[in-house]
Structure formats: C-alpha cells, structure tokens
Design a protein around this ligand. Structure first.
Ligand SMILES: [Zn+2]
Length: 119
C-alpha cells in the first residue's frame, strides 16, 4: 500500500523546495520493462509525485499542431521523488511517518505521532 496518495498534503523534506507544503496532484509509480522478455517490474527508485507549487520548471514549448494549446515558455510542476516528501497529518498538522493498520480487512494509514486515522 502506498503511503502517499493523490490529494494528500505533503511537505518537502529535501532539495531546493525544502519546507514547502502542497497538495499531491499525481502519483507516478516507477516501472521497468525488460526489453528481451517484455516483462514489467516495479521500480521503486522511480516512484515520483507531482506536488502543487513545488519544483516549478520552465519549458520552451514549440507549436507543432493545433492540438497543442500551450506554446511558448510554459511553467509547470515537475515530478519529485517520493522519498523527498513527507505526509502532513490532518490531526497534528505536522509532517509524520505513517503505519498501515488493518481494520475489518481494509488497510488504513495511521499517523505514528497522534494515532489519527488518515483515510
Ligand atoms: Zn498526527
């Protein structure tokens, strides 16, 4: 079970945007495809999240077709690695580690500091 999901509030704990908080817009799971056997494997080294307002980069977007609406210099949030963010607990409003607890056969994320159930 993933500890960070779409819609969570996270805090950046490393890098240029250290200390910034934002909402997770997208979670990108890392996959690895073996070219010979065509098998797909999980690659946790490539697990990334896109956080609103964090790691904003500029890109020079060339107009190619009518379908490409945004052209020129565009700004967007680039994905950062999941290990560089920490979930902000809604109970104690601090970046915390979470544990997984099973209740009635369903997995739930629980704050390790204040034992608040997150979802
Ligand atoms: Zn908490």
């Amino acid at each position: 079970m993933q500890k960070i999901k779409k819609g969570d509030t996270v805090q950046v704990i490393a890098g240029n945007d250290l200390g910034l908080q934002g909402e997770v817009m997208e979670v990108k799971k890392g996959w690895y495809i073996n070219r010979k056997t065509q098998q797909t494997k999980r690659e946790p080294n490539k697990d990334r999240v896109v956080v609103a307002g964090v790691r904003i980069v500029k890109k020079h977007q060339r107009p190619v077709s009518q379908t490409r609406t945004q052209t020129g210099i565009i700004e967007f949030e680039a994905p950062i690695h999941v290990s560089n963010v920490m979930l902000v607990c809604p109970g104690c409003a601090e970046p915390v580690r979470v544990k997984i607890e099973i209740e009635d056969g369903r997995k739930r994320r629980v704050c390790k500091k204040c034992d608040a159930v997150i979802d």
